[in-house]
Design a protein around this ligand. Structure first.
Ligand code: AGP
Length: 613
């Protein structure tokens, strides 16, 4: 939700800021804008729509040279995505420019106060109030950081705010509460951004900011305090990937690149965590064996695709460890008064580590005395930082809004956790523990085999691209796979798609079936107790005129006569099947959107990181 960049240093600020915004555009693309400080004045350019519109605007109306600048790419909350509401917002006297990510919850009260004081607001945004409040505050504050600290004390809600002042070139100041902000430490230059991707081409040295902190950067200094001016301790770290990891690398789309990277992402997530005998070790888990042994219940909270990973985890955790496990939509969790005790373990799954619903759910769980374990792809993000322990997925940067490689690695991390828990509690896995762990080690190669079938899946998508609606059904861990397949299609191809547990069909959804409706069926491996039941479901669906597209094991011939199309999957243990079954559905959704001419990497109305509730 909104990408933010700030720069001070010897380079042309505009170039650095625009380049950073390009890398952050996945966070929001309703509008974009920049402000630069030069010759005791602030100049801004802002434009509705994608970054390209802003670049065209700057081409027509160039900005002066400057070494201090800020930039913003917006996912609209307050006010339509038009030129006026685009950030930066400037104070009436033109001295202050502000960009903001998040929601200022008390903005209506602050706006009324400003209006009563004669201020004329130009936009419908919550952000603009900060520009005017800060301009007023600067009459008494000794410097910009002091002024911003005073203003932040008056704000409620979630915000990352970055400001510049016309009279202080070479200074950018920012504040954060419940919204992401990282600092990039360069040599003779410094950076601010929502995500390290914005400055990774310049420096890999990053600093995490804590809650309620203000940072001032100049070319040679980084000063961090709390909202009251007390010096704050910060965590400095080195980013382990380089700029090329966040480039398309020869692919037309980030999504295609990220789908193709899945075998490596799985292998990287497993690296060093399973030994040759199948023993699992999880550094950083932050929970002692005694704590893991005493857990009576596990609750997984997550949103969207990460929630589907949690659903798959439930099957594995309960089967392998016999510990009861619930899965909750993070957005619902804390509002239903859940029962949480100190022997409940809450697992928060999040690619970004910044999803507000998931963050609030985990904070709530900790307040109630539960331990929280994060499964996360973003080093140093808020969710792992506030958790008792973390299992990092090593998917590398995921830029496309639709999650692919992060999802598969979340599933892998959940399997690792389940196996580790079974090991610690001595429950075994029902099957031979070491065998299944070693099978997990082979999944990367199996996902590679599925990728070899991409062309056939693309042809299928082209053939049925006129469909108005597509249903997905599955059983056991194939059910969350069906939900994920439907979610991918909704978010990318903007079409009606629903996932169902196949056993539920006859309880209602079967009424949706009509001649030619595509139904995609995820069939469990042969020998699974639900295999034959789902083969019956395929027949029921086909008997009602639907077009059956069946994902089944390589040598499963039982489905041949009932399937209009078959997508073959490599053989693997039942519970591990989602790793291979999801991939064709990702390719399918990507191709459906491409055929329809939609923007696959930046689907409408969405943003990669959802930092508002
Ligand atoms: C996935 O394709 C989605 N764009 C979305 O559902 C996402 O998984 C969800 O918003 C959770 O994000 P997180 O993993 O960063 O918390």
């Amino acid at each position: 939700m909104c990408g933010i960049v700030g720069y001070v240093g010897p380079k042309q600020a505009l170039d650095v800021v625009i380049e950073g915004l390009r890398r952050l555009e996945y966070r929001g693309y309703d509008s974009a804008g920049v402000a630069i400080v030069a010759d005791h004045r602030i100049d801004t350019r802002k434009k509705a729509g994608k970054l390209a519109n802003l670049e065209a605007e700057i081409e027509l109306d160039p900005l002066p040279a400057s070494h201090t600048g800020i930039g913003h790419t917006r996912w609209a909350t307050h006010g339509a995505p038009n030129d006026v509401n685009a950030h930066p917002h400037v104070s009436e006297d033109g001295t202050i420019a502000v960009i903001h990510n998040g929601i200022i919850e008390n903005f209506a009260v602050l706006r009324d106060e400003l209006i009563a004081n004669g201020v004329k607001l130009r936009s419908e945004t919550d952000t603009e109030v900060v520009a005017h409040l800060l301009a007023a505050q600067m009459k008494t504050s000794s410097n910009l950081a002091d002024g911003l600290r005073a203003v932040c004390q008056r704000l409620t809600g979630a915000f990352t705010i970055v400001v510049v002042h016309s009279e202080t070139p070479d200074v950018v100041v920012a504040a954060r509460r419940n919204s992401p902000l990282v600092v990039g430490r360069g040599v003779g230059e410094n950076f601010l951004a929502s995500d390290v991707a914005a400055f990774i081409a310049h420096t890999r040295n990053a600093i995490e900011l804590g809650q309620d902190q203000v940072v001032e950067i100049t070319p040679d200094s980084i000063t961090v305090t709390d909202f009251f001016g007390a010096p704050a301790t910060v965590h400095e770290y080195e980013v382990t990937w380089d700029a090329s990891a966040a480039e398309k690398g020869g692919y037309d789309l980030f999504m295609l690149k990220e789908i193709a990277e899945q075998p490596k992402a799985i292998a990287d997530t497993l690296l060093g965590r399973i030994d040759a005998t199948g023993k699992v070790s999880l550094e950083g888990i932050g929970l002692s064996d005694d704590e893991l042994k005493s857990m009576k219940k596990i609750i997984i909270t997550a949103c969207g695709t990460a929630y589907h990973a949690g659903m798959i985890a439930k099957y594995a955790i309960e089967h392998w460890t016999r510990v009861p496990c619930e899965v909750e939509l993070a957005s619902e969790f804390r509002y239903r008064d859940p029962i949480l005790t100190d022997d409940t373990l809450v697992i928060s799954i999040s690619q970004s580590g910044e999803t507000m619903d998931t963050l609030m759910a985990m904070r709530y769980a900790r307040e109630q005395g539960s331990k929280v374990l994060a499964i996360c792809n973003s080093n140093g993000s808020t969710i792992p930082r506030e958790s008792d322990g973390v299992i990092y997925t090593h998917a590398g940067p995921e830029v496309a809004v639709a999650s692919t490689k992060a999802f598969l690695t979340q599933i892998v991390a959940c399997y690792l956790f389940a196996m580790y828990l079974a090991q610690v509690r001595g429950t075994g896995f029902g099957e031979s523990s070491s065998d299944i762990a070693l099978e997990l080690g082979r999944m990367s190669a199996k996902v590679d085999l599925v990728l070899d079938t991409s062309e056939a899946i693309r042809e299928l998508a082209q053939e049925i691209s006129d469909a108005q609606s597509i249903l997905f059904i599955g059983r056991s861990v194939g059910f969350p796979v069906a939900l994920e397949g439907a979610l991918k299609l909704k978010e990318l191809a903007y079409m009606h798609a629903e996932g169902f547990a196949a056993g539920e069909l006859k309880h209602g959804p079967i009424a949706l079936l009509e001649e030619g409706l595509p139904v995609i069926v995820v069939v469990p491996p042969q020998g699974h107790e639900l295999h034959d039941k789902i083969v019956s479901n395929i027949q029921e669906v086909r008997a009602r005129g639907a077009k059956t597209i069946v994902l089944a094991e390589d040598d499963d011939m039982t489905i041949n006569e009932f399937a209009h199309h078959i997508i073959r999957l490599p053989k693997c243990p039942d519970l591990l099947q989602p790793l291979v079954a999801t991939v064709p559905l990702q390719i399918f959704a990507c191709e459906m959107a491409t055929v329809k001419g939609y923007d696959v990497d930046q689907p409408r109305n969405l943003a990669k990181s959802v930092t508002v509730e």
